[in-house]
Design a protein around this ligand. Sequence first.
Ligand SMILES: [Zn+2]
Length: 274
Amino acid sequence: MQKLCYGIGEKRQRDQAEHIGERTLRLLEEGRLIEEKLKEIKSCPKPCMDGMVEINISPEKTMKHNCPAIASNCQYGYQMEHALNCHISDIMPKINIPRRHLENFREEKQVEVLAEIDKWPARGFLIFTGNTRSGKSFGAALTVRKFLKNRNRNRFDRSTWETAESAGNSVLWCTAMDIIEDREIAARAKRQYFLVIDDLGGETDTPVGQAALRNIILKRHDMKLATVITTILTLPEIDIRYGSRVTERLIEDIGKGSMIIECSDASMRNSAVI
Ligand SMILES: [Zn+2]
């Protein structure tokens, strides 16, 4: 009796195994079919409302999938892009970026400086030089915005947006004056992955302050962190104020990541953005 029961159990197990095997094969086949059909979609299958496409697997079965051809000029892509821009605009004030720069962001316009910013790999130094009111800080704000936006591997997938938020935690925006006045900011400025030093040279001129800024720049160079600097100082003036070791580090990796952007066009401030 006991043996019989055992035998039935075995048969059931075998049947089940066959059943699972068939099911697996069918799923694999469906997956291959879906992949093939998705590859055939090269442009937006209008109308495009939710970023999904319907794939016919068999006459009686269709499945919805993420559209492989979403672009900014799709209706759905456009909405997502806009929503992501708004999401990032919400993050930016939280990381201390002055609101006056944020108010200058206008969507869907391109400016020359953007093409320059695009070349910077968010590694080493990016220095914005130029007179006061030439849009240097605004350029720095654009760079941060781009950094946050690029952290999203798929900007059309809302579930990945929190990466922009966590990227926000690795950004510190401060003025050179903040650094010399606040020990805590100075400490964070040394280790934060992405640092903006706004208005280098605008701080009170003291040996202690210069030493603090010098240490931060040298340390960040050693750690290969991303540092954006805005300054009205020229390189020779930086050399005199902070010493030649600083200028050497600032220019050492030019062409290999580090960049200097000269801002001279006052209109850059107003003609914004991304
Ligand atoms: Zn579309």
